[in-house]
Write a protein that binds this ligand. Structure first.
Ligand code: DND
Ligand code: ATP
Ligand code: GLN
Length: 559
């Protein structure tokens, strides 16, 4: 073991906002090693990695498996051996178990060994988080002496909750707060994180360095955007959002304490750009981390499939995206043209597979049993199911994952066919209301976001944005035959879903009472569909999936 120098007045901390894969312990270990080599090249004293980095976050019930915990520990020990070279120390998250319980922990590694372990105290158990299910509460941590500097290491929720973790660290002599996080994106989250950090900085009188994970994990997107805040409440260091990076923060010890020197100040995307990039990253990581070489989707000439195609091309590149027009007798010439124009603008493969014959085949097979009944929804759904079946056949044959395209407005009210257009492995727009789909489409026609692999220009033809949305399951059908106008529907839904408002309150906003009650009813009776629906990227504070767990069997109506 090499003797470590004692740091007196300067400290270089490399912050690694990397994209681990849950369960890929060897891959995550390799990423940590690469980051440490990078940190060493930049003369860093310490490398700060994110929450449960070695397992990937959130590992959920994987941590119940002893074999998994053992493999994580082995990786931490291997990393510890590396640090015998006298290079940078490491702060890294890992799940651990001892005779007292199972913990969401960090290891501080230096000089060839794990010099300290600290456990998360405040286990989040709301919204998308379920940590009390698999972890025990850690005991109040004290600071860790790293080369003469007393580091306070609260873990993610430890800075959000009111258990006093940061206060305790300050009282017991911490000089800097280093925070490893697994903090998922939702719209506006960045401002909230800055406020949470500043509150703790004010309360403790300590500067804070905040490191956040990057990348998609099932429904969640971790957006990085790591930063440092000094005791003057000013942001001194801001890493980019939605991009992997290892960056150096420089610290100096003054008489008043440690100060982060003004360093990298990345621009943070806002509004449409942030949402679009979250959808793109979440979709890309789902496809790549699950080993799909390419994806396939039905391109109808409508806006939902158009924006999904754009997101897919931006995420994966046009050569990995295959689109298929599946026309029936109600498909308009506009739809043909719009779908083809969209595929051309995006540069992806476009095929046409008419569904007239297979639909007729189903109708023939059922004709005897259906005798004497009127044609209606059943026959309409057969069109959707035939399309779903053809897309799944292409998936099976070519290994492409089917992209399913229902927006949040449709998913809310069940305006989608089970085993039809709901077929698919992942839905990039599941948490975007219809009006937001329009907003993002207009925005993408003017801007190619960083990291996007698709072309610039009008990738979603103007006619797709301008025309009335239609499922084209019968002649002259529009969505508004069955649903209120989307601005009205989306407002009612946001009130019911995001804000949990009462129906009376929603009516008081100027909505028609009968419409509000109808939408509330549709929202409740579509729960069974959502329970069977593909996962999709979480964009709002309350997505369908982890954040909103309503019963399927439910007779409550707010009257
Ligand atoms: N609580 C419950 N638990 C379990 N299963 C339940 C259930 N309630 C109904 N079901 C089952 O679900 C069936 C009804 O659901 P489903 O078969 O999906 O059919 P359904 O919801 O009746 O119809 C699909 C709706 O989606 C609309 N739409 C909009 C846009 C695009 C598309 C498209 O396809 O491209 C479709 C279409 O216009 C129609 O209004 C019932 O026949 C029953 O089997
Ligand atoms: N003619 C079609 N060819 C290929 N896919 C289709 C066709 N019709 C429907 N689909 C698939 O079913 C999905 C659901 O149809 P839906 O009408 O709800 O969406 P959309 O056509 O993309 O958008 P909009 O609702 O604005 O018309 C489509 O996004 C598409 O993937
Ligand atoms: N992993 C965590 O503890 C995250 C919790 C925290 N509230 C956040 O969203 O950032």
């Amino acid at each position: 073991m090499t003797a470590q120098k004692t740091l007196s007045t300067t400290l270089r901390i490399a912050v690694a906002q990397l994209n681990p894969a849950v369960g890929d312990i060897a891959g995550n270990l390799a990423k940590a090693r690469d980051a440490r080599a990078d940190a060493a090249r930049h003369g860093a004293d310490l490398l700060l990695l994110t929450e449960l980095f070695i397992s990937g976050y959130p590992p959920e019930d994987l941590v119940v498996k002893p074999a998994f915990l053992k493999a994580c520990r082995k990786a931490i020990d291997a990393l510890a051996e590396d640090t015998a070279d006298g290079g940078p120390g490491i702060v890294i998250g890992f799940p651990r178990q001892d005779e007292t319980g199972r913990y969401n922990a960090v290891a501080v590694i230096d000089g060839g060994q794990v010099i300290a372990v600290r456990d998360k105290v405040d286990l989040p158990n709301y919204g998308e988080f379920d940590e009390k299910r698999v972890f025990d509460q850690g005991s109040m941590p004290g600071p860790v002496n790293f080369r003469g500097v007393r580091l306070g290491i609260p873990i993610c929720e430890d800075i959000w909750g009111d258990l006093g973790v940061c206060e305790t660290l300050a009282e017991s002599g911490a000089e800097i707060l280093l925070v490893p996080n697994g903090s998922p994106y939702y719209r506006g989250k960045m401002d909230i994180r800055h406020q949470v950090a500043i509150k703790q900085v004010i309360e403790t009188g300590l500067p804070m360095l905040y490191a956040n994970q990057l990348g998609g994990q099932d429904e969640l997107v971790f957006d990085g955007a790591s930063f440092a805040v000094n005791t003057d409440k000013q942001l001194a260091f801001q890493m980019s959002q939605f991009e992997e990076a290892v960056s150096i923060s420089e610290w100096k010890k003054l008489d008043s304490g440690w100060v982060c020197q003004r360093g990298m100040m990345s621009r943070l995307p806002e509004n449409e750009e942030a949402d679009y990039r979250a959808c793109m990253l979440g979709f890309r990581d789902y496809v790549n981390k699950n080993g799909f070489k390419n994806v396939v989707l039905g391109l109808s000439g409508g806006i939902d499939s158009a924006i999904c195609a754009a997101l897919a091309v931006d995420a994966l590149g046009e050569e990995r995206v295959r689109t298929v027009m599946l026309p029936y007798r109600y498909t308009s010439s506009d739809s043909f043209k719009d779908a083809e124009d969209c595929a051309k603008a995006l540069g992806c493969r476009y095929d046409i597979v008419p569904i007239e014959e297979p639909v007729q085949g189903f109708l023939n097979a059922l004709s005897e049993m259906f005798e004497g009944t009127e044609p209606g929804i059943t026959e309409e759904n057969l069109q959707s199911r035939t399309r779903g079946t053809i897309l799944m056949a292409l998936s099976n044959k070519f290994g492409s994952m089917v992209v399913t395209t229902g927006n949040k407005s449709e998913m809310s009210v069940g305006y989608a066919t089970l085993y039809g257009d709901m077929n698919g492995g992942f839905n990039p727009i599941k948490d975007l209301y219809k009006m937001q789909v329009y907003g993002l489409s207009r925005w993408r026609n003017t801007t190619v976001p960083p990291g996007a692999l698709g072309p610039s220009g009008e990738v979603i033809p103007k006619n797709i944005i301008d025309k009335a949305p239609s499922a084209e399951l019968r002649p002259n059908q529009t969505d508004q035959d069955s649903l209120p106008p989307y601005p009205v529907l989306d407002d009612i839904l946001e009130c019911l879903v995001e804000k949990e408002m009462g129906t009376e309150e929603i009516v008081a906003r100027g909505h028609d009472e009968a419409t509000v009650h109808r939408i509330e009813h549709l929202l409740y009776i579509a729960e069974y569909k959502r329970r069977q629906s593909a996962p999709g990227v979480k964009i709002t504070k309350k997505n369908f999936g982890r954040d909103r767990r309503y019963p399927i069997t439910n007779r409550f109506r707010d009257r």
